[in-house]
Design a protein around this ligand. Structure first.
Ligand SMILES: Cc1cc2nc3c(=O)[nH]c(=O)nc-3n(C[C@H](O)[C@H](O)[C@H](O)COP(=O)(O)OP(=O)(O)OC[C@H]3O[C@@H](n4cnc5c(N)ncnc54)[C@H](O)[C@@H]3O)c2cc1C
Length: 335
């Protein structure tokens, strides 16, 4: 039976931004045994491959993607001794529900984060000072050399980063082992409700890809790593009075650093509500760009460029994008 690979499929409906042009080729992966077949098919045609899951951390170009997009729909879950064995296409919300049914605590922070468990591992998604890397024991991956297991120590989790987020990554996650759960208490359940309400109160409900930029990690030595930099006095003054400092995340941060919310920096630049066509910097949360209806990727990108320029000018800080831009021209990111 030939693989059901479709042509010219518009990607916008598969993203939470509701933005993005067509994939030249599009394949929905429901059976892991199809993965070698479809990757070999793409190799023969010399096509680049992009793995898409919940589409909640992506800005896809208006031109789309001129290769093969594989939509991850592997969605099994089971308990194995004291571990959870999960397929990467399962929505994070379903994993949390499974934990609740089985009275496991540890994933409460994930309530309200869209997307899949696989996407969460790639992005080391997190909230309220915790992230998925805390729970990952190992993952099974596939590339054209076959399947293999990668253990946590080699997954290189840090703030919204893992080894899979590097541009040259060729591994596709096909299985995830989670461990380290506690026993669910009534307080844990209450926490979920409080946090869901907090999201509702603080985040816009219009289509978006969540926070566009990573929070800024000040470092008082002259170290300029990704998302980590020397903070200017202006930024210090502006942010040290702020009530909005967030808890230091467990992964990748030295406890001496307190992240400054990117939204706070954007707000201080007076950019809330700034609009280009139907793309708008949210009035509710300045680190969200929302799609008011017919926004194009180019409109969002223009806002991203504007934010980076203004924050750099006012605070001498280079904001790093959290959202992944896909299908754009590398030099000028036109798409
Ligand atoms: C309203 C809103 C709120 C959000 N809140 C948060 C938050 O609180 N914290 C947070 O961390 N994030 C948040 N996000 C961002 C997003 O939900 C997370 O980053 C999520 O984990 C992305 O998962 P996804 O399945 O949507 O991945 P996608 O966006 O589809 O893909 C993300 C990356 O993962 C790769 N990928 C996906 N699956 C695989 C696989 N099986 N193998 C290899 N690569 C793969 C893709 O190629 C891509 O590079 C929010 C987003 C929205 C829209």
């Amino acid at each position: 039976m030939p693989l059901p690979i479709k042509k010219n499929v518009i990607l916008a409906p598969y993203t939470t931004f509701k933005i993005g042009g067509p994939a030249k080729y599009f394949f929905v992966l429901k059976n892991v045994n199809d993965l070698p077949l479809v990757l070999n098919w793409a190799k023969k045609k010399k096509l680049p491959v992009f793995i898409m899951a919940g589409g909640s951390n992506l800005l896809i170009s208006d031109k789309g993607y001129s290769g093969l997009v594989i939509l991850m729909k592997l969605n099994q879950i089971k308990m194995e001794k004291n571990r959870l064995l999960v397929s990467p296409g399962l929505p994070l919300a379903n994993v949390l529900n499974f934990c609740l049914k089985n009275k496991l605590s540890g994933l409460e922070w994930a309530a309200g984060i869209p997307g899949t468990i696989g996407g969460a591992v790639v992005d080391n998604a997190g909230a309220f000072g915790q992230s998925i890397g805390d729970l990952v024991e190992k993952v099974r991956v596939f590339n054209l050399n076959g399947f293999k297991i990668i253990r946590k120590k080699d997954l290189k989790f840090s703030y919204r980063q893992s080894r899979f987020k590097k541009p040259n990554n060729k591994y596709i996650i096909t299985q995830i082992w989670l461990k380290g759960f506690g026993k669910l208490t009534p307080e844990d359940k209450k926490l979920i409700i409080t946090r869901l309400q907090k999201r509702k109160d603080n985040q816009p409900q219009l289509p978006s890809a969540g926070c566009v930029f990573k929070n800024f990690i000040p470092h008082r030595s002259a170290n300029q790593r990704s998302g980590v930099g020397l903070m200017s006095q202006t930024a210090l003054n502006s942010c040290e009075n702020s009530q909005s400092k967030i808890k230091v995340a467990k992964h990748g941060f030295d406890a001496r650093f307190t992240p400054i919310p990117a939204g706070k920096l954007i707000q201080e630049c007076g950019l809330k509500g700034k609009r280009i066509n139907d793309a708008e910097i949210s009035e509710k949360h300045a680190n969200f760009i929302v799609n008011r209806g017919q926004a194009r990727a180019q409109d969002v990108l223009s806002l991203i460029t504007l934010i980076k320029r203004e924050v750099k000018k006012k605070f001498k800080i280079n904001l790093q994008e959290e959202v992944l831009c896909v299908g754009f021209d590398k030099e000028n990111r036109k798409g």
